[in-house]
Design a protein around this ligand. Structure first.
Ligand code: C6P
Length: 405
């Protein structure tokens, strides 16, 4: 039985905030269960050695825990361990591909295909890369309901398309894009595909074999893990052909003053002392998610999403952006005549944390004709009562601002 009350007991932050604290900003970052905090503390308290180089018991313990986490991540997305690179987060994972794969493989006139609903971290690396290589950027548009307009695939997937980089679940609309279909269309024209899975891996089963993507990027801190750790999955045969991203210790096999040779994948891409504690914490986060069950978490979130959509639609002054049928538990909205920053502040007075802003997706805001939106996002520790509190507080704000209620 999925029991939110028990789950909340696993998150120390609920004891340290006010009793009526409601956290609805898990798309930005999630709260951390005690198990993750303990795993990080345990590493620093009991075996805080460097990895891959310390030939003593404590060092071997640290290496085993670090590499053990890699295996947990690999199993979580149905990949092989050598295809899992630890990075700082989704942003660094995408930049790694833009530097270590794209700059080597793209030339003038090649096309990088993105969508209009990308997060800045899946836009800027490609803008920088296009400037340097002469590659051309194209963007699949989104419809009014926040779904991708894939009605004219031949317009987007051409012989010139060399890389498709697409968001799996929108951090603004919640839309879950048909990535399998997109990957098939990309592969049919010989392009590789990077999936930005920052908002999907924490909330639904992602199987890279079944999806058949070439790269997949996500962040530990959005899936109950520590900040400062993320993942790049890369198809091993592609990773083998790539040059390193960063140079330094541990990513080499031999070094002279003029020449070096590289370590095996994935270590070729992990220069210097890695984020050992954070990676170990991410392993603990995956253990925790598995102990609850990702499918159960997903079902709970979908229930919350449907409940929230129904309740929020009852508030006439509220506009919801995005109406995809297949979507995750995130809702962006605006309240008539209330700036989202003011709304967020007023909700905060009632102990409710939502995000307000452009959500690192300014092109989406521009197309919607707004400067910002409010956004509430849900995870396993949220309840229907949280949503009731949100709606009550929104209505209170509307009344305070002179609305019709
Ligand atoms: N979105 C949000 O509130 P980092 O910062 O590297 O961990 O993740 C970047 C990122 C990439 N792609 C998507 C789809 C994302 O949602 C994010 C992070 C947060 O929506 C912070 S802006």
């Amino acid at each position: 039985m999925f029991n939110v009350k028990n789950i909340r007991n696993d998150f120390p932050i609920f004891s340290n905030q006010a009793d009526d604290f409601v956290y609805l900003d898990s798309s930005a970052t999630t709260l951390k269960p005690k198990r993750v905090i303990d795993a990080v503390t345990n590493y620093y308290t009991n075996y805080s050695a460097n990895v891959h180089r310390s030939i003593y018991k404590m060092g071997e313990e640290a290496t085993a825990a670090y590499e053990g986490s890699r295996k947990k991540v690999a199993d979580f997305i149905k990949a092989e361990s050598n295809s899992i690179i630890f990075t700082k987060g989704t942003t660094e994972s995408i930049n790694l591909v833009a530097y270590a794969w794209a700059r080597k493989n793209l030339k003038e006139g090649d096309e990088i295909l993105l969508t209009e609903m990308e997060h800045h971290s899946n836009l800027i690396p490609w803008q920088l890369c296009a400037k340097e290589t002469g590659a051309v950027l194209k963007h699949i548009p989104f419809n009014d309901d926040g779904t991708l307009d894939l009605s004219e695939p031949e317009k987007w997937f051409t012989k010139k398309t060399k890389l498709v980089a697409v968001i799996h679940q929108s951090n603004v609309f919640g839309t879950i894009n048909p990535v399998k279909e997109i990957i098939k269309m990309a592969h049919d024209v010989g392009a590789l595909v990077l999936v930005d899975a920052a908002q999907s891996v924490p909330h639904q089963k992602v199987d890279v074999q079944d999806m058949n993507c070439d790269f997949l990027a996500f962040s530990g801190h959005k899936m109950l893990g520590p900040t400062g750790v993320g993942v790049l999955y890369g198809r091993p045969e592609i990773l083998e052909t790539m040059d390193p991203f960063l140079g330094g210790g541990e990513m080499i096999r031999t070094v002279s003053f003029t020449e070096s040779t590289w370590n095996d994948i994935p270590w070729k891409f992990e220069a210097g002392t890695p984020n050992v504690a954070q990676a170990i914490g991410l392993g603990a986060a995956i253990d925790y998610i598995n102990s609850i069950g990702l499918e159960q978490i997903h079902r709970h979130e979908q229930e919350l999403l449907n409940y929230a959509l129904t309740k929020m639609q009852e508030i006439p002054e509220l506009t919801i952006y995005g109406a995809a049928l297949v979507r995750g538990a995130v809702i962006s909205f605006n309240v008539e005549n209330v700036h989202p920053h003011d709304l967020s502040q007023l909700l905060d007075n009632d102990g409710i944390a939502i995000r307000a802003g452009h959500h690192c997706a300014q092109p989406i805001m521009k197309k919607l004709g707004v400067s910002a939106t409010g956004r509430s996002s849900f995870y396993l520790y949220n309840s229907k009562e949280d949503i009731d509190r949100l709606c009550e507080s929104i209505v209170k704000t509307v009344n305070f601002m002179g609305g019709s209620h």
